[in-house]
Design a protein around this ligand. Sequence first.
Ligand SMILES: C[S@@+](CC[C@H](N)C(=O)[O-])C[C@H]1O[C@@H](n2cnc3c(N)ncnc32)[C@H](O)[C@@H]1O
Length: 303
Amino acid sequence: MKPALSRSRASCATSFHGVGPTITSICTRTPSLGTGPVNQVGRPAAWWDACVASLEDLIRPERYPRSLNYDPAWVVSLDMGPHPLWLLENLDLDLTPGARVLDLGAGRGATSVFLAKEYDVEVVAADWWTPAEEVQKVLDAAGVGSSVTAVRAEAHDLPFEPESFDAIVSVDAFEYFGTDDHYLGYLTRFLRPGGTLAVATPGMTKEIRTLGAIPHYIAECVGWEALAWHTPGWWKQSWELTGLVEDVKARLQPDGWADWWLWHDVTCSLRGEDPHAGSVGRMLAADGGQMLSFTLLTARKKA
Ligand SMILES: C[S@@+](CC[C@H](N)C(=O)[O-])C[C@H]1O[C@@H](n2cnc3c(N)ncnc32)[C@H](O)[C@@H]1O
């Protein structure tokens, strides 16, 4: 029998949409928990309980009710950065069923599965680093293979028809290609007039250019790439000045640093790593929420 992740702490009655891996495939934590009694799948009980306890920290029904439909072990198995479903849920999208949505920088496909299941939309999961065949396997296993198509595509060379999407969504990827002044003009070509643009990207409470230098603890982790991390104000002004979009809304993810730290802490814990030891942990700990969060941006293409 396949054991289910206990959801008692979350008091949640619904079942997960995700058909993710069992805990055994993602939890590589402390071998010292590998002795003692074993559970029904032959795993050390203490090891199993510790993994479940870590994953349960990612079940937050009050804050992220829609993400609750997805097995946290499945989300962790697709890890490429802070909880992508929480970021997507924070974007408060309003999508019409049947709409055609581009998920740009979709990574391993978690956000595309969420879009298809939560909004009943047709999705193109476009990504550069992850082979499309790999993403398609995730989509098929999650039961959305007929409504989501994986495409290997570079963000400046998108293989789509003009005005072919009702919405373009990008979670934790825009910082790699979207800060160039030319980019919004290029990307909006693929959006129908009135279509929605929604982006979640690492954000700052203060502009680095105003500070005059990248804070040392951020530079030690990501170096010059932090120059692409901006305040909501920077994004709002940059997008509004183009005249290409309207109704631009930009804000920091509420408690974004805390969410980021929680994700980092849980994923380190599952790997048996000290969350303060690596470069990301040192950066987040030194920041303590002073500067780091995610910027959440939405706008509509002018009709
Ligand atoms: C930090 S990962 C996040 C992936 C996913 N959105 C998530 O949140 O799990 C950043 C993603 O951006 C994509 N990316 C980076 N540069 C890109 C580019 N020039 N064109 C398309 N995708 C790009 C990468 O392929 C990668 O999957």
